[in-house]
Design a binder for this molecule. Structure first.
Ligand code: ATP
Ligand code: MG
Length: 153
C-alpha cells in the first residue's frame, strides 16, 4: 500500500508514549516529512516498533529516545537514537544476525531472543532499503534506516 510517512511515524511513536513515561525515559518526536513510501504497513510498523522497543529496553531512567526523519531526494532516512547502555564495538558487526545477543549477563538482565534487529533488517531490505547501526558503549545507540520514497500525484 501507499504509506503516509508523517502519519506512519507519528502513530508509531505514540504507541510508546505511555511505556516511555512509565519508564522515566523522554521520548522525543518531531513533525515528520510529508512524503510517501510504497510498502506493507504491518511490516513497516514492526520495523519501527522493533527499533523503538530496543531503544527503550536498553535505556535507563532519565534517558532520552529520539525518533527523527528526513527526506533526501528519493530516500527517507529514519533514525532511532537513544542515550542508553550502548553496544561493545566487537559485537556491533553481529547484531543484525538472527539470535545474536550481546552477552550472557545482558541477556539475563534484559531477556530477548536476538531477533528484533534481524527482522528489522529483513523488512528494510524487502522494501529496497538499508539499515545501519552506530553505537558507543555506555553512551548510546543510533539505528538509521533508509527507504526509497515515491512521488504521489
Ligand atoms: P528481541 O528483540 O528478539 O526481543 P533482543 O533485543 O536481544 O531480543 P535484537 O533486537 O536483535 O535482540 O538486538 C540484538 C542485540 O543488540 C541485543 O541483545 C542487545 O544487546 C543489542 N541492542 C540492540 N539494540 C540496542 C540498543 N538500542 N541499545 C543497546 N543495545 C542494543
Ligand atoms: Mg530487540
Amino acid at each position: 500500500g501507499l504509506i503516509n510517512v508523517s502519519e506512519w511515524l507519528s502513530t508509531a511513536v505514540n504507541r510508546f508514549n505511555l511505556s516511555a513515561k512509565q519508564q522515566g525515559v523522554t521520548l522525543v518526536s518531531e513533525p515528520y516529512p510529508t512524503v510517501s513510501l510504497r510498502g506493507d504497513r504491518d511490516m513497516l510498523d514492526r520495523l519501527v516498533d522493533n527499533l523503538i522497543s530496543n531503544a527503550l529496553k536498553y535505556t535507563a531512567r532519565e534517558g532520552v529516545v529520539r525518533i527523527t526523519a528526513a527526506a533526501e531526494s528519493d530516500q527517507l532516512l529514519v533514525s532511532v537514537q537513544d542515550s542508553g547502555i550502548g553496544i561493545p564495538a566487537e559485537d556491533l558487526p553481529h547484531v543484525f544476525e538472527r539470535f545474536y545477543t550481546v552477552d550472557k549477563a545482558r541477556t539475563r538482565k534484559f531477556g530477548g531472543t536476538g531477533l528484533g534487529l534481524a527482522i528489522a533488517r529483513e523488512i528494510t531490505e524487502r522494501h529496497g532499503g538499508r539499515i545501519a547501526i552506530l553505537s558507543e558503549l555506555n553512551e548510546g545507540t543510533t539505528v538509521t534506516v533508509s527507504l526509497p520514497t515515491v512521488e504521489v500525484r
